[in-house]
Design a binder for this molecule. Structure first.
Ligand SMILES: *Cc1c(COP(=O)(O)O)cnc(C)c1O
Length: 379
């Protein structure tokens, strides 16, 4: 017998309480019982997004809300800056291109964060950019891009929106949307929320809602204005993912009990412990200068294939982490610690990585990484 253990940066584990909440007999979405759920969820999401604006909810993976952020705010031929330092940055570019938005790409070396100065310089040239698209947490590299600094830049440009894919950051790292002046914040259920995949979220600033009045790209299901209009009546435009929303209400209740600060501190502590453990094992972090707190991308040592670490954990220990993608394939492995994770989960994950590395012939002094993690978690 071997338990299944999920340490991938999405989907993440679902708590027993959340699973039970979602297992309740299905209710219809045009009932008072569901309206109560929706009302609670709407309030909770505003609190988590740290915004006074409505948070839109769609039944899709996170990419649905990313697509909606483009189709609702832009028009064909509009110009946008896209930060591409990994798979998800690349995705912003691909969606833009699919809709005829002209992309001015800011290429960032994988493992590095974008420099706000580069964005500032492009904006200064006055290219008439309608938006800057980037990730808070670039999950393919484990890098945090400077959200606050970029939002401060777009604030001075009434034409330009700051659009942040925070799918793997929201609920793990502090992103006070209104305070920082982020115009669009996108989230997804299968990351820090600890819910199954299937819900995408997007919140828009007043400035972004202004752009939504002008965008002419085609859209139907992901029509932000339409969904917002329904939500103002505490209804959804189409059949919502009822069971997931009941799960979300439970998650948000637990988040509120924990409190925003504790929620972010917990993720910061788990990340710090994971980083210390990997370094104690003699490994280098892929995102050395600007790591996120939701996952840790680790460079595999000389002579060890990152994909084999990932495969060994899966086949021998029944544990899912993530390997590297594209140019990082074989060079890194990624361990998540966002959502339903606590101190002992990190200790366990480090122990498993020690075994998997030893299986690849890497000289591991067992417990060295574990001890480093335990020290951090104790302090
Ligand atoms: C998971 C993730 C997404 C969304 O991917 P989906 O498969 O569409 O849910 C987007 N951006 C980032 C940074 C992610 O981590």
């Amino acid at each position: 017998m071997q338990k299944y253990r999920l340490f991938a940066p999405g989907p993440t584990p679902v708590s027993e309480a959340t699973s039970l909440a979602m297992a309740q007999p299905l209710i219809h979405h045009r009932t008072q019982a569901f309206e109560k759920v929706l009302e609670e969820v709407r309030g909770g999401l505003k609190w988590l997004f740290q915004t006074s604006q409505e948070v839109l909810i769609f039944a899709s993976s996170g990419s649905g809300a990313m697509e909606g952020a483009i189709t609702n705010l832009l028009s064909k031929g509009d110009k946008a800056i896209v930060v591409n330092g990994g798979k998800f940055g690349e995705r912003w570019g691909k969606i833009c291109q699919a809709y005829g938005v002209l992309v001015d790409e800011v290429k960032v070396e994988w493992g590095q964060a974008v420099s706000p100065q580069v964005i500032a310089d492009r904006l200064k040239k006055g290219g008439g950019y309608k938006a800057v698209f980037f990730q808070a947490s670039e999950s393919s590299t484990g890098v945090y891009h400077p959200v606050k600094e970029i939002a401060a830049l777009t604030r001075g440009h009434p034409e330009t929106l700051c659009v942040v894919d925070a799918i793997s950051a929201l609920g793990a790292m502090n992103l006070p949307m209104d305070e920082w002046g982020v115009d669009v914040l996108v989230g997804g259920s299968q990351k820090a929320f600890g819910l199954p995949p299937g819900l995408a979220f997007a919140a828009l600033s007043v400035k972004a809602w202004g752009h939504a009045e002008k965008g002419t790209l085609p859209r139907f299901y992901f029509d932000f204005k339409k969904e917002n209009k329904s939500l103002q009546k505490n209804q959804t435009a189409y059949t919502p993912a009822v069971s997931l929303l009941i799960g979300l209400a439970e998650v948000l209740r637990r988040f509120r009990e924990e409190g925003l600060e504790n929620l972010f501190n917990r993720h910061a502590r788990l990340a710090k412990a994971m980083r210390a453990a990997m370094q104690a094992l003699g490994l280098k972090l892929y995102a050395e200068k600007s790591p996120v707190n939701s996952l840790t991308a680790v460079m595999t040592p000389e002579g060890v294939d990152g994909q084999k670490v990932y495969k060994t954990l899966s086949e021998k220990y029944n544990m899912t982490i993530a390997g590297g993608q594209d140019q990082a394939k074989g060079k890194i492995f990624r361990i998540a610690h966002l959502g339903y994770f606590d101190d002992l989960d990190v200790v366990l994950a480090v122990a498993a990585v020690e075994w998997a590395l030893a299986d690849q012939g890497y000289r591991v002094e067992f417990g060295k990484g574990v001890a480093a993690a335990m020290e951090v978690l104790r302090s």
